[in-house]
Design a protein around this ligand. Sequence first.
Ligand code: FAD
Length: 395
Amino acid sequence: RTAVVLFTRDLRLRDNPALHAACAAAERVVPLFVLDPRIRSSPNRRRFLAECLADLRESLRARGGDLVVRHGDPVEQAVKVAREVGAFGIGLAADHSAYAAARQRRLAEACDGERLALRLFDGVTVVPPGALKPTGGGDHYRVFTPYWRAWQGVRRREVVGTPRRVTLPDGLTVGRLPAAAVTGGSPDVVPGGESAARERLSAFRRRAGGYAEGHDDLAGDRTSRLSPYLHFGCLSPVSLESTVDSPEFVRQLCWRDFYHQVLAGFPELPRRAYRRGTTERWRYDEAALDAWKEGRTGVSIVDAGMRQLLAEGFMHNRARLVTASYLTKHLELDWREGAAWFARWLLDADVANNWGNWQWVAGTGNDTRPHRRFNPERQARRFDPDGGYRERYLR
Ligand code: FAD
């Protein structure tokens, strides 16, 4: 028996439920990744993805298998490969953006037509969207605190082991990996892949005890910086939750899940105001928008954040809050412009977290105090008291 595992953003061998189930059910497994030209990616994320795939291929080869790479429509390619090897079915991790949901629906139809079994597995979040329904009605939680309370009580799925051997069927062309040399990206980015993720996680675990007090200290840079790895699924959120000994860190993982269930309930999150009854009146000021993008507003904490983004494809959460608030509440420019610029650079940019957080800051989203505004000078005094963060990025 042969099975196909369609990798999407679960680029890991450890605790990968789709891969684990395929290896248990079939003698031969095709780990497949399809480079989809319809997903518009940025140079930073293209490079990161290429490194993730190279690392995944290496790990699979070490277990006797390989990563099969195709270009085109993932549904057509997955079905084509399944037909080619005579597979009985396709497994993949369930994802929750409008695009991923449509892809899953099309895949289900195509599998139906080909008499292929299709299985979706949880693996992108700790608690799957839809697993928790608010007691007061509605299909998802709109406010974080009650979600956090309910989330802690949900039974986690079991963490699954890494397959020891993966056997590829004979005669399959494995296909070329995309090039990791990409122009137009940030100079100082972290390497992609499950191996790099595990190294970063080990280093973070040793200092996780200081996370609760230190995570807002801009110069101290004490957060995990695991978000790009979580975005591409180089780490499993469920096993991460159980390996990091910091309740405050686990609370941040819950924020990630929170926005995934918001997106699943409101797929227009990147385009339309989430908050009911919002009237949006944004200014149009190209010069101010450009100055913000390039870190030339003259407000040092805002400029430092924006330059960190350009240099590293990453920005500290506190700086994201301050820069986003400055764009939407001070300059009164549209959150969609800010979110698009973040998505152009961030390694961790994802539909749920980027647009969910932008709407939260802009007051069009889930914040219960939508008129809150971060005063940049006060934020700088509080979270960068010695100016170390600003010095690092404004040099
Ligand atoms: P840590 O502090 O180590 O937290 C651990 C993990 O928890 C993170 O890796 C992340 O997966 C999750 N997390 C932490 N804070 C949040 C949060 N507020 N919302 C959702 N998840 C969270 N995060 C993204 O992953 N992708 C995005 O595109 C993104 N865009 C953002 C845009 C704005 C305007 C703001 C204010 C926040 C955004 N965030 C986004 C959330 C947060 O800033 C990053 O997750 C965090 O800075 C990543 O750094 P870290 O891994 O060191 O976080």
